[in-house]
Design a protein around this ligand. Structure first.
Ligand code: AMP
Length: 210
């Protein structure tokens, strides 16, 4: 039986790419709290209006809001999930542990060397909708600046610029450290070498889920 997964990794660790593949090939449902929150903002829902300025400042939305989103989007008795961007602090970690209590799960930490992360992020180029991701070193488009699939002009996300990357990595370290230690203490944490090439990282994750 497949484990539910909590995937933990810094920006640029490749966890988004790996999650997409696990969804496609293994039937997981991907729960990204960042995506769920962004969609509330796009829909201009009451919640969306409340959280917009908090998110634009890079601060965490309140735990209650995120717990409600998880409760209304997750049914562990029906599906297997990959939790991405959640939990971000100890109270969220404890909430998720209780939720997963009667189900199989693992926390997977995709660990990547900091210099490698910076190199990957500043060379990342995406379609404006963020759906297709390239890298100027390891995964170039066939024609410079153009998406192979959609023909759209590729852009650099504003938060992928070098000046912002360092602070995003600092925020990740302070958020993720306690969460990693928490799942380690429960014997639920598996660390994977994210400096390996994409295919090898995927194989390592597959070994953990069955
Ligand atoms: P992400 O897409 O995971 O980088 O998240 C983008 C933003 O959404 C974060 O900077 C937070 O403002 C908010 N957010 C995402 N996940 C959470 C969470 N688990 N708890 C609180 N805020 C979150």
């Amino acid at each position: 039986m497949k484990s539910n997964l909590i995937i933990i990794g810094a920006p640029g660790s490749g966890k988004g790419t790996q999650s997409k593949r696990l969804v496609k090939e293994c039937g997981y449902v991907h729960i990204s709290t960042g995506d769920l929150l962004r969609s509330e903002i796009e829909q201009k829902s009451e919640l969306g209006l409340k959280i917009k300025s908090i998110m634009s400042q890079g601060q965490l939305v309140s735990d209650d809001v995120v717990f409600e989103l998880i409760r209304s989007n997750v049914d562990l008795s029906l599906k297997k999930y990959i939790f991405d961007g959640f939990p971000r602090n100890l109270s969220q970690a404890s909430f998720l542990k209780d939720l997963l209590n009667n189900f199989i799960y693992k926390a997977i930490y995709v660990k990547v060397d900091e210099q490698n992360l910076i190199r990957r992020i500043i060379n990342r180029r995406v379609t404006p909708d963020g759906k297709f991701i390239y890298n100027l070193i390891s995964n170039k488009p066939k024609v410079d600046g153009i998406c192979d699939i959609t023909g759209a002009a590729l852009i650099q996300r504003s938060d992928d610029k070098e000046a912002v990357v360092k602070s995003r990595l600092d925020i990740f370290k302070s958020e993720a450290g306690p969460v990693i230690d928490y799942f380690k203490s429960l014997n639920k944490l598996v660390e994977i070498d994210g400096d390996l090439e994409e295919e090898k990282v995927y194989k390592e994750i597959l070994k953990q889920i069955n």
